[in-house]
Design a protein around this ligand. Structure first.
Ligand code: TYD
Length: 136
């Protein structure tokens, strides 16, 4: 799996003058079963999150409110995604180093994950991540 497997997915959007609605159903909109949801909020300006990779976890990252950037790196290539739409999700496959920054004031980052929290699934050291990918 590489950076080229990671992409912005368009989620269904029910437009309505009373307010828009987006939904996500297991496997219909995203390529994995959802086992966990978490969200980042009250992120102070200038903060950075992430700074790790997952061995087996797949994720969908959504800017539910406001905006932020996600920088993805597979050891060979790097790409910065600017997320600012509630109806778009960034699919991140396993073995991708990610960093989140440039959070706007009041932004909320929703993450759908394919498995429960497991610290053993993390690479928190970049060099170990590169070694885990088989080196450069
Ligand atoms: P971490 O994944 O490093 O956060 P981020 O990638 O957003 O910067 O997690 C931060 C802390 O929260 C860490 O101590 C582990 C804990 N945590 C859980 O207990 N459960 C979870 O589902 C997540 C995502 C993190």
């Amino acid at each position: 799996m590489s950076l080229f497997d990671c992409k912005i997915l368009d989620l269904p959007k029910i437009s309505d003058p009373r307010g828009n609605l987006t939904f996500i159903e297991n496997k219909s909109q995203i390529p994995f079963d959802i086992r966990r949801i978490y969200y980042l909020y009250d992120v102070p300006g200038g903060s950075e999150r992430g700074g790790h990779a997952h061995k087996e976890l797949s994720q969908l990252i959504i800017a539910i409110s406001g905006s932020f950037d996600v920088v993805l790196n597979d050891g060979d290539n790097q790409k910065r995604f600017h997320l600012n739409r509630s109806y778009e999700g960034l699919y991140v496959c396993p073995m991708i180093w990610r960093e989140l920054d440039n959070f706007s004031s009041g932004s909320v980052c929703l993450v759908l994950a394919s498995n429960f929290y497991d610290e053993a699934d993390y690479f928190r050291n970049y060099d170990e991540f590169i070694s885990g990918r088989g080196g450069k």
